[in-house]
Design a protein. Structure first.
Lengths: 322, 102
């Protein structure tokens, strides 16, 4: 027996939203999804008029939906934003080369300018070579650090004043779990914000912050958006995989858990007397850093000196002040 | 008109097709017997007949691995009773994986 759309519009429901438990038809689902992203943007004051925004685009499901929805909302609500696509080529054979073709299609479909930067050009190292040097356990650390800086540099080159990424609710909940599991107090305090910014670095925004991964995939499916869907070849060894598996099991039992974890992450209060790293600038490249050398320079130094394993040792993130 | 098989089409997307020789669409004729053909049975049948390896990437216990979305005729299986949904002739079943980078 078909289920009717909860809004009483008379149409047949096509999905049950994990976030709310309501059953919606296609049109009402599009409307709900888009309106919620609009609400995240306006209530979080993520943008201002005439701003140049670089959308981090990988060709994957999240950034494809992000590009589509941002263009849609920019037109519908007249945000007056100038949108651009920014893509990073990490140099992972068989993974990134294919997804970049999808980004190029996005560029044409959405009529947005596109810039592609590569690790090879920026750092002189592809991820394939980094993995050869470092092995498969800590390579994701290198990639994450390099990518953040690459996005920053690319955005500055394009004249953008902020970077929008497609991080979704599942990603943020996973990050909260990971930071709890590793006792990373500094990151726990920052990871739930919709805008992260610090002196000298471009603000980074996450308009899809409250969108469940399932809904992003459903949105892309019913809107017939093309995206590239393969796991990074190095991902199976990533620590995040543990958090992801755990989260997926939890979601099956109680779908609201994803929003609940984000809520908890946003409301964590730390004890007084905990010293957290102060943010300064890197003495080598001037990028934001809590140490004398920023992480990218530290990692690059170790790669170039052939001592790559030293770069990823964990300094204490929590130092009692007495 | 009687027929001794149930004809459905199974589609794999979002990367799940990699587990099935990169073939996105599989047209199946399932034998009609005394048993009920529901999604639970279909998933087990796919595991046993269409997968030579890595079954744990598609199936978990009696259902699909968490993170794989299931649609029947463009409708979320959460609205249809999930694994208990009984297949009809001509059904289009989609398995879409969400388990990859965005």
């Amino acid at each position: 027996m078909p289920v009717s759309c909860t809004t009483n519009c008379g149409r047949k429901a096509i999905l049950r939203r994990p976030k709310t438990g309501t059953s919606l038809c296609k049109e009402c689902f599009f409307d709900a999804f888009e309106t919620e992203v609009h609400h995240t943007i306006t209530s979080g004051k993520l943008f201002y008029p005439r701003q140049l925004v670089a959308i981090g685009a990988s060709g994957g499901k999240d950034s494809t939906v992000l590009a589509y929805v941002m263009k849609f909302l920019n037109d519908k609500y007249d945000y007056k934003l100038n949108l651009m696509l920014l893509s990073i080529d990490e140099g992972i054979t068989g993974y990134r080369d294919d997804s970049l073709n999808t980004v190029k299609e996005n560029k044409n479909d959405y009529q947005l300018p596109l810039k592609i930067l590569s690790y090879q050009n920026l750092y002189g190292w592809t991820m394939d070579r980094v993995v050869e040097e470092v092995g498969k356990k800590n390579n994701c650390t290198f990639c994450g650090v390099f990518r953040r800086q690459a996005l920053e540099r690319g955005a500055v080159m394009m004249g953008a004043s902020c970077i929008a990424t497609g991080h979704n609710a599942d990603d943020i909940a996973e990050t909260v779990l990971m930071n709890i599991m590793r006792g990373d107090v500094a990151r726990l305090g920052r990871c739930c914000a919709a805008i992260t910014s610090s002196d000298g670095a471009l603000p980074r925004v996450k308009p899809l912050k409250f969108c469940y991964e399932k809904e992003i995939v459903m949105y892309a499916y019913f809107r017939k958006l093309k995206y590239f869907s393969t796991e990074c070849v190095y991902a199976p060894n990533a620590y995040r995989g543990h958090a992801r598996n755990f989260l997926k099991e939890l979601e099956r039992i109680r779908p609201s858990v994803i929003m609940d974890i984000i809520h908890s992450g946003e409301n964590l209060v730390f004890q007084t007397g905990i010293k957290t790293p102060q943010q300064g600038t890197c003495s080598s490249c001037g990028h934001v850093s809590s140490q004398e050398l920023c992480q990218a320079c530290t990692l690059l130094l170790s790669l170039n000196e052939g001592k790559a394993k030293q770069g990823v040792s964990k300094k204490s993130h929590k130092i009692r002040s007495t | 008109m009687g027929s001794d098989s149930l004809k459905i089409s199974v589609h794999f997307g979002g990367g799940a097709e990699i587990l099935f020789d990169n073939l996105k669409q599989h047209d199946l004729e399932l034998p009609l017997d005394n048993g009920t053909w529901n999604l639970k049975r279909l998933i087990a049948w796919i595991r046993d007949n269409k997968m030579k390896s890595k079954q744990e990437l598609f199936v978990k216990d009696d259902s699909v691995r968490p993170g794989i979305l299931v649609l029947v005729n463009d409708t979320d299986w959460d609205l249809l009773g999930q694994t208990e949904y009984e297949l009809c002739d001509g059904d289009q079943v989609h398995f879409i994986s969400t388990l990859h980078g965005g």
